[in-house]
Design a protein around this ligand. Structure first.
Ligand SMILES: O=C([C@H](O)CO)[C@H](O)[C@H](O)COP(=O)(O)O
Length: 208
């Protein structure tokens, strides 16, 4: 079954905790967004893991270098999964994977900015990552003509374990599931909703 991941792109630990409390019953994975971690530091990872020990806590580090070190400090702070950029050198990904294996945790490779996402997804899967994120970032989503469909086609073609992030919402989540994604990531569709719990529940029900 496709899991639901909420991406918390808010800027304070208090706001992240408040949102997580509302949506946790409806999601499988709680993601601390890159801007949140940059704003609050690793303490926000510990705060969310302490509040939700039963959830998979995903630290969206978007690591580009020093893979082992960055992964290790996030795992020590309570993260279960960390992201490394697909544009990083293979040695950075391997370093993070080694830190994950030592901690009994996992690495996700974020394909944001990668030209041939399908080929890179296959290559990094061979390095031992948990899954690969087919991701169109917030800036790419804002470009005229952006389409999630291209991302879904690339994910399906990869034949590896993958998640999809790129403005996934109630209108597109069924297509994400149909594409064979292991995880559907939704940020703005949940934290930007008038009732985030209701929005998360509606997204989850599309995946069941
Ligand atoms: O990873 C993300 C982005 O780079 C900012 O950190 C988002 O969390 C991801 O794109 C999911 O958010 P939505 O696109 O708003 O669904």
């Amino acid at each position: 079954m496709t899991k639901l991941q909420v991406a918390i792109d808010l800027l304070t630990t208090d706001d992240a905790l408040a949102l997580a409390a509302k949506v946790a019953p409806h999601v499988d994975i709680i993601e601390l967004g890159t801007p949140l971690i940059k704003s609050e530091g690793l303490g926000v990872i510990r705060a969310i893991k302490d509040a939700h020990p039963d959830k998979i806590v995903f630290a969206d580090l978007k690591t580009a270098d020093a893979g082992a070190l960055e992964a290790q400090i996030a795992f020590e702070a309570g993260a279960d999964l960390v992201t490394v950029l697909g544009t990083a050198d293979d040695s950075t990904i391997v370093g993070a994977v080694q830190a994950a294996q030592a901690a009994g945790k996992g690495v996700v490779v974020d394909l944001i900015g990668v030209a041939d996402k399908t080929a890179r997804a296959r290559a990094v899967t061979n390095l031992g990552v948990e899954f690969v994120e087919f991701h169109a970032g917030l800036d790419e989503q804002a470009q005229p003509g952006f389409s999630l469909a291209t991302l879904l086609e690339a994910g399906s073609a990869s034949k590896v374990r993958f998640s999809v992030a790129g403005g996934v919402n109630i209108h597109s989540i069924e297509a994400v599931k149909a594409a064979g994604a292991d995880v559907a990531v939704a940020g703005g569709a949940i934290y930007g909703a008038e009732d985030p719990a209701l929005a998360a529940a509606a997204l989850k029900s599309e995946l069941n």
